[in-house]
Design a binder for this molecule. Structure first.
Ligand SMILES: O=C(O)CCC(=O)C(=O)O
Ligand SMILES: [Fe+2]
Length: 199
């Protein structure tokens, strides 16, 4: 299926629910779960250091350094599987990427809080391509300035093999999150391809 534009004001969010066929998505989940160098990183939350509620990894070109929630990350070199995915995703997104942030949500108890991908090194209108594998989780979006944008939070299911694109003014006007769920789910693996420019 092609990418479909979601009807959100002041945003450009597009979704292809089956970018990868199920067999390819399944094989990739196994390969990445076992070969990626996963870490659990601390983050600063209201001045306190706590562990992130998920595992992460950062891969990319050597100069694609990135600071994320108060931690500075040096990318690990592309693996062949990540390099191939980067090329496929670039074609569909029509934009270049020099790095990928991987998130492993080990169960429904792992999550990501409300945030925008608005770090200065991503520029004012970043293109972010997000590929999901494994368990389907809900991806929520809510306006950053609700008083200026009369719109409720929206929630999308991101199934295995889906590709979500966020671009244009999306990060400026919207926040996104992956909430916890009590559903007994297996792991979900998400890759967000980004273009980081040096400061
Ligand atoms: O897991 C997801 O779908 C979202 C990941 C995300 O928002 C991020 O890595 O910044
Ligand atoms: Fe994000």
């Amino acid at each position: 299926m092609p990418l479909t534009l979601l009807p959100l004001p002041h945003a450009e969010v597009l979704l292809d629910p089956d970018f990868l066929p199920p067999a390819a998505a399944g094989a990739l989940l196994t390969e990445l779960t076992t070969t990626i160098n996963w870490r659990q990183e601390p983050i600063k939350l209201f001045g306190k250091e706590v562990m992130q509620p998920r595992l992460t990894a950062w891969y990319g070109d050597p100069d694609a350094r990135y600071s994320y929630s108060g931690i500075s990350l040096t990318p690990q070199p592309w693996t062949p599987a990540l390099q191939l995915l980067r090329e496929q995703v670039q074609q569909v997104a029509g934009a270049p990427f020099n790095s990928v942030l991987l998130n492993l949500y080990r169960s429904g108890q792992d999550s990501m809080g409300w945030h925008a991908d608005d770090e200065p090194e991503l520029g004012p209108a970043p293109v972010i391509a997000s590929l999901s594998l494994g368990a389907t989780r809900r991806f929520r979006l809510r306006p950053r300035h609700p008083q200026q944008l009369l719109h409720e939070a929206v929630s999308l299911a991101l199934p295995a093999g889906s590709l979500l694109l966020m671009r244009g003014p999306t990060q400026r006007h919207w926040l996104h999150s992956i909430p916890k769920t009590t559903a007994l789910l297996g792991p979900r693996l998400n890759l967000t391809f980004r273009l980081v420019t040096s400061q």
